[in-house]
Design a protein around this ligand. Structure first.
Ligand code: MG
Length: 415
């Protein structure tokens, strides 16, 4: 017996949604837009579920549609069977489908929720909070010439950016995406943020581009600040464990722990204090929640990671954040850097730095068909972009440890 009917169609639509300004990170940049793929799953009883995954284009759309060959006739309630059917980790050497699985799992949870009147968070154990706090997520940005926004590089400019976001959204936690400029520059910005926002907690994330010694040195420079944690100061389990051993600030990662095997190793090596759970990297809301339960057992901290979401994935992050008992840190979201969304009712709104958990059944979001069409067309006209290249520094690429940082003058170049 099925409450929802069986899967009768799977569709994918790649969209590009503009950012307020191009945002920079240690390995490149998001060139002024996010490219995401919206996934829809339909059942023969007329239920429709929605999911989302990163990146896109014809091959991504085709890879999602190809899952019809595996899942037509599948009962959306059989989530564990779906995982083994399309994302068996031991069979996935040549075809890792974790992201596709995540998007389909979101859609199936959405369908199950709609069929039962339960929210996605209720299907994985129930909400412990009604809203989830978020960090500001401050990026060094290239200017958007059309709107005059962006262009932050100096400590003063970053503080002004943080002040603007705080006024708009009420953030009480500030996260700096570092590693673009030399470590001393990030230290200056962190100190300026601490001075401007003495009550706020702080975090710094250079995406693993520092050496072990640089990570230790930066941690010592900022150890007097109200740090939540230092995120991925260096790369790899061994490097992270060595930094952690030598510093007083907790460390976190979304890079060295993105599956259960890595989680086991990280716990055994005591490589990290806090694991940032991503609903797509881990292969679904359910997988991320289960990882949170493992962390709870070992008293490893958790927070919710952001990989650059539109409203569908943001909803999964809210359901995850609502249901994790051990969520003591604000979640991350790139969301407020977007100018629009593809969900009905427009963009989610922040109040006091938090976003309310959607109240409707399933994920609690539905697609705005006009917006979906508009941003699918935008993708068709603009295409994708290389996330690991920097439009302001043609020919540049990152190495680790990075010895080829940007200079503050780079920001004056056209993206
Ligand atoms: Mg990170």
């Amino acid at each position: 017996m099925s409450a929802t009917g069986h899967i009768s169609d799977i569709r994918a639509t790649t969209v590009a949604v503009p950012l307020e300004a191009p945002i920079r990170h240690a390995h490149g940049a998001h060139w002024g837009r996010f490219v995401r793929t919206i996934v829809e799953v339909e059942t023969d009883e007329g239920f429709l579920g929605v999911g989302e995954m990163g990146g896109g284009g014809e091959s991504a759309e085709a890879a999602v549609a190809a899952m019809k060959g595996y899942l037509l006739g599948h009962d959306p309630a059989n989530l564990e069977a779906m995982r083994w059917k399309i994302a068996n980790p031991t069979a996935g050497l040549y075809n890792s489908r974790l992201q596709i699985h995540a998007a389909l799992e979101f859609a199936c949870l959405d369908i199950l929720g709609k069929a039962t009147g339960l929210r996605a968070c209720d299907l994985i154990g129930g909400a412990l909070r009604d809203s989830v706090p978020f960090a500001s997520y401050l990026f060094y940005r290239y200017p958007n010439e059309e709107t005059g926004t962006g262009g932050e590089t100096t400590a003063e400019e970053m503080v002004a950016h943080a002040r603007d976001l705080t006024e708009r959204c009420g953030f009480r936690t500030h996260k700096l995406k570092g590693g673009v400029f030399p470590p001393d520059h990030d230290v200056r910005v962190m100190r300026a943020l601490a001075e401007e926002f003495p009550e706020a907690s702080l975090r710094l994330d250079p995406n693993g581009v520092w050496s072990v010694e640089q990570g230790i040195a930066v941690a010592r420079e900022i150890e007097g600040l109200r740090n939540d944690y230092l995120e991925d100061p260096t790369w790899g389990m061994e490097g992270m464990a060595r930094v952690r051993e030598k510093i007083s600030i907790p460390t976190s990662t979304n890079q060295i722990v993105v599956n259960f095997e890595q989680l086991a190793t990280a716990i055994r090596l005591r490589a990290v204090d806090v694991v940032l759970l991503d609903t797509t990297f881990w292969g679904g809301l359910r997988q991320a929640y289960l990882a949170g339960k493992v962390c709870e057992t070992f008293q490893v901290g958790v927070a919710v990671h952001s990989s650059g979401e539109l409203g569908v994935q943001l909803a999964t992050m809210l359901h995850l954040g609502a249901s994790l008992p051990n969520l003591v840190f604000a979640a991350d979201a790139h969301y407020h850097h977007l100018t629009d969304d593809v969900v009905e009712g427009g963009m989610f709104r922040y109040a006091n730095g938090e976003i309310g958990v959607p109240e409707g059944p399933g994920l609690g979001v539905s697609l705005d068909r006009d917006k979906l069409g508009e941003y699918a067309e935008l993708y068709q006209s603009l295409g994708g972009y290389p996330y690991d290249r920097d439009p302001g520094r043609p020919g540049w690429y990152s190495i680790a440890p990075n010895t080829r940082y940007a200079t503050p003058e780079d920001r004056r170049e056209e993206p």
